[in-house]
Design a protein around this ligand. Structure first.
Ligand SMILES: NC(=O)c1ccc[n+]([C@@H]2O[C@H](COP(=O)([O-])OP(=O)(O)OC[C@H]3O[C@@H](n4cnc5c(N)ncnc54)[C@H](OP(=O)(O)O)[C@@H]3O)[C@@H](O)[C@H]2O)c1
Length: 343
């Protein structure tokens, strides 16, 4: 089978190689998936580049890409709730020796493989893992908020999503809207505004051209209860002006840089909770909850992808995986997908 591998960190075109490997056999509690579509996220290029982890690779051979969708091809001993032929999506797939989704077959623990609802495309399935699971966590950590999402769970709640045209921002808008929230999002230009509206945002604020704090306060006079934050370094001041009492700010990225200055007095006044979010360490219970709720949202048709749904797709072949990584690295607007095999 064809696999993309790397055995050292570095630039995509230097270290990613296409190789032939034997099709791996699933062990007890494992599932082999024939990958149809692999989804690429910033975490994949950051790990490959070596910017977020230790210098030494955690496994001798890494197959990149945490997210994917495909068809169950074989199951190991003890797996009785998935069968050959089932359509599935996976998350945190690249946390083993050569287990990622940039290859024709991957073997994963049962807990990382989720049934894909009827009618949902492999493109949707490959876009869920990192973005939607992270968005789920960010929307469920508020002190007064729900720990699970379902229609009505966020009724009466105003959610602020920074960067609504980003992959996580897009999923956060869709999930929050599905759960009944009023969704306000910040974007930087008209094209991204149109995408965020297509994703379902009720209110779109251009943070470069408008007085974002005044505009968000006009939309939500009592403040926002939940913020899903991509760039807290740039937005800490803004957040302190728009949060409601006992609001929660979920910080899932350091896109503005590693450091942040948080105004103490206004945040103390509102009892604001700042919650860091990293998918890899949320714990199995939170992962299970997110996978279940995200799948329920997919079954309801609430997480579509594609330009008309606010997330333009950029397609690559397996041979073009380096180019796919480079597209994510330069922050292309939308979702980068790799077509691995026929659906
Ligand atoms: N913690 C986790 O578990 C986790 C999970 C997923 C992703 N992440 C991280 O989250 C980041 C985003 O991932 P992604 O896949 O969503 O990337 P993406 O698709 O490139 O989106 C990033 C978005 O952030 C927007 N942005 C940047 N600065 C902004 C600001 N000051 N205000 C509002 N929007 C702003 C960008 O748009 P403009 O520049 O036009 O504003 C862009 O649309 C990456 O660093 C990724 O590594 C972390």
């Amino acid at each position: 089978m064809k696999s993309i591998i790397y055995t050292e960190t570095g630039p995509a075109s230097d270290v990613l190689r296409l190789v032939e490997r034997d099709v791996p056999e699933p062990g007890a509690g494992e599932v082999r998936v024939r990958v149809v579509v692999s989804g690429v996220n910033p975490t994949d290029w950051k790990s490959r580049q070596g910017t977020t982890g230790p210098d030494e690779l955690p496994y001798p051979t890494i197959v990149p890409d945490q997210d994917g969708a495909g068809v169950v091809d074989a199951v190991g001993e003890g797996v009785d709730d998935l069968a050959v032929g089932d359509r599935v999506w996976s998350f945190i797939s690249a946390n083993g020796n050569a287990t990622g989704t940039a290859q024709e077959y991957t073997v994963l623990p049962r807990a990382r493989v989720v049934a894909l609802p009827d009618g949902a495309s492999f493109d949707v399935g490959a876009s869920l893992g990192v973005p939607a699971m992270t968005a789920h966590r960010a929307l469920t950590v508020a002190e007064d908020g729900p720990s699970r999402l379902s229609p009505g769970a966020l009724d009466g709640v105003t959610v602020l999503v920074s960067g609504g045209a980003g992959a996580v921002g897009h999923a956060a808008i869709q999930l929050a809207r599905w759960a009944g929230a009023t969704v306000v999002t910040t974007i930087s230009n008209d094209e991204k505004a149109a995408l965020a509206r297509a994703a379902g945002a009720h209110h779109v604020v251009n943070y470069r051209e408008q007085d974002a704090a005044a505009e968000i306060r006009r939309i939500a006079p009592d403040g926002v209860q939940v913020a899903v934050e991509v760039n807290v370094g740039a937005n800490a001041e803004l957040l302190s002006q728009v949060v409601a009492t006992r609001a929660s700010v979920a910080i899932y990225a350091d896109d503005g840089g590693p450091d942040v200055t948080i105004p103490v007095r206004p945040n103390m006044g509102t009892n604001t909770r700042y919650q860091f979010v990293l998918l890899y360490t949320v714990g199995e219970e939170a992962l299970r909850a997110a996978a279940e709720d995200v799948t329920a949202a997919v079954a309801d048709g609430a997480l579509p992808v594609g330009e008309e749904a606010g997330l333009p797709l950029h397609r690559f072949t397996l041979e073009q995986t380096a180019a796919a990584h480079e597209a994510v690295e330069r922050s292309v607007t939308g979702k980068v997908l790799i077509d691995v095999s026929q659906g």
